[in-house]
Design a binder for this molecule. Structure first.
Ligand code: CP
Ligand code: NVA
Length: 342
C-alpha cells in the first residue's frame, strides 16, 4: 500500500543516516557527537534470513547480505546447486524446512508461482527478490533515489542535508520507460501512478512485449490506469516526450537468452541516447536510471556514465531499502502475533 511504501522509504533514510554516522571514524567526531551515536536497530540479532536464489544476482545479494549483517543477523545464501529443492525436494517441503530454522526467506525465483508456493507453505515471512512478474525491492531503491535527488527536478532547489533523517519531498514526475515489459517495469506500473507520477512506456509492437494479464489486472485493480497515469505506445521518441526521468532495463532478462537474436531485432531504435531524448522532447534536465546489470544495447556509454545518470546511487540504495524491508518485515515480525504456528 502507499502508506507502507512511504514507511519503508522513510525508514530507509533513517537507517542510511544512522548507519553512515555510525561507520564514520570516531576520531573525526567530537566526543559529544560520538556519544550521541546510535547503532542501527539490531532486530536480526541471532536471526537468519535465508536467501533462496535460483538466479544470479550482484546487487540483491550484496544488499541483503550486508543489510542483514548491519541489523545484527545473518543472511544464509542458498543457491540452486546448494540445496535439495527442485532435484530431491518439493517447494512445499523446502519452504516448511527453511522456515523452521530461519526467521525470513528472501527468494529470487523463475516463475512467479514459485513465490506464491513459498508464501503458502512458509511459517515465516517471504519477500520477493525478483520473479518472472515482479521486482518490488528494486522499485523501493528507485523511489528512494528519486526522493534523494528531488532537488534536480526543481530549479533553484538545494540538495538535501545528509544529516537530516527525513525523506525529501518529490514533485510529481513524468517517467519514461523505453524497453521490455519485464518485472521491473511491472512494479513501476502498479506503484508510480499511485504516488502521483505519470508513466510513459514504449515497447515493440509484438503483443508479447506488453504486460501480461496478471500484471495488467493488478494495474486496473489499483486504478493505476486512471487519470492518464499510464501512456503506452511503440515509439520511444514519443515515450520520452516531457520526461523528467528516462528508465530502461535489459532487453534480455535472465532465462530469455535463447530469444536474444529476435529481441535485438525487435528492440532496434530503443537504445537510450542523448539524440533520442532531444528529438523526442524530453525535459532538457532529464535524468537516467537503470536497475542494472546493463548492456550497451539498451543505453549508450555517453548517457550511462554521463552527468544525467543516477545508476550507481540507485544501486547503492538497494542496500538501505532492503535493510528497511528486513528490519520491518522480518526483524520486527512477531511469530506470536503475526506468525502462523510452526
Ligand atoms: N538490479 C538487480 O536486481 O540486480 P541483481 O540481479 O544483480 O541483483
Ligand atoms: N529484467 C531483469 C532484471 C534484472 C535485475 C531480469 O529479470 O533479468
Amino acid at each position: 500500500t502507499v502508506p507502507q511504501i512511504h514507511r519503508l522509504l522513510s525508514h530507509s533514510v533513517a537507517l542510511k543516516s544512522t548507519t553512515h554516522l555510525w561507520l564514520r571514524p570516531h576520531g573525526s567526531l567530537s566526543a559529544k557527537r560520538a556519544s550521541a551515536l546510535r547503532m542501527p536497530p539490531q532486530s536480526l540479532f541471532l536471526k537468519t534470513v535465508a536467501l533462496l536464489f535460483s538466479k544470479r544476482s550482484t546487487r540483491t545479494r550484496l544488499a541483503s547480505e550486508t543489510a542483514a549483517a548491519m541489523l545484527g543477523g545473518r543472511a544464509l545464501f542458498l543457491g540452486r546447486d546448494d540445496i535439495q529443492l527442485g532435484v530431491n525436494e518439493s517447494p512445499r517441503d523446502t519452504a516448511r524446512v527453511i522456515g523452521g530454522m530461519t526467521e525470513g526467506i528472501f527468494a529470487r525465483v523463475g516463475d512467479h508461482s514459485e513465490i506464491e508456493e513459498l508464501v503458502k507453505w512458509s511459517p515465516v515471512p517471504v519477500v520477493n527478490a525478483l520473479s518472472s512478474l515482479w521486482h518490488p525491492t528494486q522499485i523501493l531503491a528507485d523511489l528512494l533515489t528519486l526522493h534523494e535527488h528531488a532537488h534536480l527536478f526543481t530549479p533553484g532547489a538545494s540538495p538535501p542535508d545528509p544529516k537530516k533523517k527525513e525523506l525529501p519531498a518529490l514533485r510529481p514526475l513524468t517517467i519514461a520507460y523505453v524497453g521490455d515489459s519485464a518485472n521491473v517495469l511491472h512494479d513501476m506500473l502498479v506503484t508510480y501512478p499511485r504516488l502521483g507520477h505519470k508513466l510513459r512506456v514504449a515497447t515493440p509492437a509484438d503483443p508479447k512485449y506488453r504486460a501480461p494479464p496478471a500484471v495488467w489486472d493488478r494495474v486496473v485493480e489499483l486504478r493505476c490506469d486512471r487519470n492518464d497515469g499510464i501512456w503506452w505506445g511503440e515509439d520511444p521518441k514519443e515515450a520520452v516526450r516531457g520526461a523528467d526521468v528516462v528508465m530502461t532495463d535489459t532487453w534480455i532478462s535472465m532465462g530469455q537468452e535463447a530469444e536474444a537474436e529476435q529481441r535485438y531485432k525487435d528492440f532496434e531504435g530503443y537504445q537510450v541516447t542523448e539524440e533520442l531524448c532531444r528529438e523526442g522532447g524530453a525535459n532538457p534536465e532529464w535524468k537516467f536510471m537503470h536497475c542494472l546489470p546493463r548492456k550497451k544495447n539498451e543505453v549508450n556509454d555517453e548517457v550511462f556514465y554521463g552527468e544525467r545518470s543516477l545508476v550507481f546511487p540507485q544501486a547503492d540504495n538497494r542496500k538501505w531499502t532492503t535493510m528497511a524491508v528486513f528490519d520491518l518485515v522480518i526483524g520486527k515480525w512477531d511469530l506470536e502475533k503475526d506468525g502462523r504456528p510452526r
